[in-house]
Design a protein around this ligand. Structure first.
Ligand code: ASP
Ligand code: MG
Length: 413
């Protein structure tokens, strides 16, 4: 039994979906779960729509509708049935968009899920028309999470119980489902965090004891740097779970950070392969040891440096640190790197204005808080001295740390 995941880029046009169908058809003999994301940049468009609705600005669904219907034009001979189904989804989306009274994160999930709902409906109907045996399954009823909207925590017992029921469907055909979205036990839609479809595929792999999971991407596999930023990026043929998991922690965007753990726990290999060159092997992430690994260069964008300065002449100590950590935990803000001096403690976090404001409000009675935005955090894993020199030069560095294996620096963009 295998699990495939196709991301937005591999579904962004009718041609891309036809290519995806060819890859699926070649593997249709094996028991297969196929996880799909929203098409192209749909999730971003939905985020923009949501933000306009919440500000009370007028905006229409026409562009998003046209994008999906145009794709259907080239996929289906008779578009009637799929058009009726999509109209239904768009009308539900509109109803959900209008729920502006909901708290932001909850509202977000009720709206953003439509990217995956639309794409899975189109792909399912297309694969069926192409002669494949497909059962379309709603992940909101299988991936069960708590109600931590926008970053739902998986209830593994319940999820496992439900996904196990899919074994029967798998003997009859391919199970197709949405990535990224889940549901609470009482039926509210949640999401697993941006780019979370990889994690969804890992959840299905874990619960069904898959023999492997494959992520089909618009890159040849896992590279030692983002090829959009660094031209001479090199392909890794194999990577150990631990190494891959750390790369995602430092910000490598090729795989969602939560993906590796469920796979490593069951020793399920993860393949990252190119959908443009399905004949190539790509990268395998599994249990292995690589000697003298090539340095990886990982850059996290949109970082914010927050410095907490004590208000009197006391030093930074465990008591005031615990106030800071407690608030970070409450707001679910992750620290990407931290540093302290005698009277100040600094954390670097992904910049989210709303969360930052909330944190400052709560902690300003204890600290003088200053922050800088517009920063990037570079990590060089398995660095060599010359790699540090190369990436350090010419940068306005605000914070820097070197350990045995990693070099990290925060700089102004
Ligand atoms: N569609 C979602 C996103 O763009 C999930 C995913 O692509 O993995 O973040
Ligand atoms: Mg994606």
């Amino acid at each position: 039994m295998k699990v495939f995941k196709f991301g937005g880029a591999s579904l962004k046009s009718a041609d891309a979906i036809k290519n995806m169908a060819t890859i699926v058809r070649h593997n249709a003999q094996a028991e297969l779960v196929v996880v799909v994301s929203a098409m192209g940049k749909t999730t971003n468009s939905l985020e923009e729509l949501l933000s306009k609705y919440r500000k009370g600005e007028s905006s229409s669904l026409d562009l998003l509708k046209k994008y999906h219907l145009d794709i259907c034009d080239s996929l289906f001979q008779d578009k009637n049935l799929i058009t009726i189904k999509l109209e239904g989804l768009f009308s539900d989306l509109l109803t959900n968009l209008s729920q502006t009274g909901l708290a932001y994160d909850q509202h977000y999930d009720q709206v953003i899920c439509y990217g995956e709902l639309l794409s899975s409906q189109i792909v399912s109907d297309y694969l069926i028309e192409a002669g494949l045996n497909i059962s379309l399954v709603d992940s909101r009823k299988f991936v069960i999470t708590d109600d931590n909207y926008r970053n739902g925590y998986v209830d593994w017992d319940e999820t496992k119980k439900r996904i196990t029921h899919l074994r029967l469907d798998l003997t009859e055909g391919i199970v197709l489902t949405q990535g990224f979205i889940g549901g609470t036990k009482d039926g509210h839609t949640t999401t697993l965090g941006r780019e979370g479809s990889d994690y969804t595929a890992a959840i299905y792999s874990f619960c069904l004891d898959a023999e492997s999971m494959t992520v089909w991407k618009d890159v040849p596999g896992i590279l030692n740097a983002d090829p959009k930023r660094i031209k001479e990026a090199e392909l890794f043929h194999e990577i150990a779970y631990k190494e891959a998991s750390e790369m995602t922690y430092y910000g490598a965007s090729v795989i969602h950070p939560k993906t590796i753990k469920p796979l490593a726990n069951k020793n399920i290999p993860l393949f990252v392969r190119s959908f443009d060159h399905p004949e190539r092997a790509g990268t395998i992430i599994h249990d292995c040891e690589v000697t003298l690994p090539t340095p990886s260069i990982i850059i996290k964008e949109n970082q914010c440096l927050v410095s907490f300065n004590v208000l009197d002449y006391t030093f930074i100590n465990e008591e005031n640190l615990s106030l800071i950590f407690k608030e970070l935990a409450v707001l679910d803000i992750k620290i990407n790197i931290m540093q302290n001096s005698a009277i100040s403690f600094s954390v670097v976090v992904d910049y989210r204005e709303d969360k930052l404001e909330e944190m400052i409000n709560v902690l300003k009675e204890h600290f003088d808080i200053k922050y800088n935005t517009g920063l990037e955090l570079i990590t060089i894993k398995n660095y060599r001295p010359d790699t540090i020199v190369q990436y350090r030069s010419g940068k306005n560095i605000l914070l820097e740390q070197t350990s045995r294996n990693n070099y990290r620096a925060l700089y102004v963009v």
